[in-house]
Design a binder for this molecule. Structure first.
Ligand SMILES: [Zn+2]
Ligand SMILES: [Zn+2]
Length: 113
């Protein structure tokens, strides 16, 4: 499969398939604990949805400790799944159905109207 160079909104993806994050975060500052230093990118939706997370900027910079903590905890992952959907819907002006069309699930406690 050919790797896309832009997402559906025409935003250019870097050579690793990332659009800029839509979260207020910076390289070198952990989004979760705010420590400064080495950060890694955590894609909010993993597995088959990892490349979509990258394409839509649904990733955060976190320190290695927080990254490990997130991956160890289903509860923390679920928190970011919900936060990511909320943020994506606000940023892209998506309805629940628009989100679900792309990510196949509704993580929020709200229904589609
Ligand atoms: Zn951290
Ligand atoms: Zn991760």
């Amino acid at each position: 499969m050919r790797r896309p160079t832009r997402n559906e909104y025409g935003v250019k993806l870097d050579k690793n398939g990332y659009a800029p994050t839509i979260f207020p975060c910076e390289d070198g500052i952990c989004y979760r604990c705010r420590s400064t230093g080495l950060t890694v990118r955590h894609e909010i939706y993993g597995g088959a949805l990892r490349s979509k997370s990258k394409q839509f900027g649904l990733w955060i910079n976190v320190c290695p400790q927080c990254h490990a903590a997130i991956h160890k905890s289903g509860e923390k992952q679920d928190y970011y799944h919900r936060l990511g959907q909320y943020r994506a819907m606000a940023y892209y002006h998506w309805t629940v159905a628009d989100f679900r069309r792309r990510f196949y699930k509704n993580y929020l406690d709200i229904t589609e109207d």
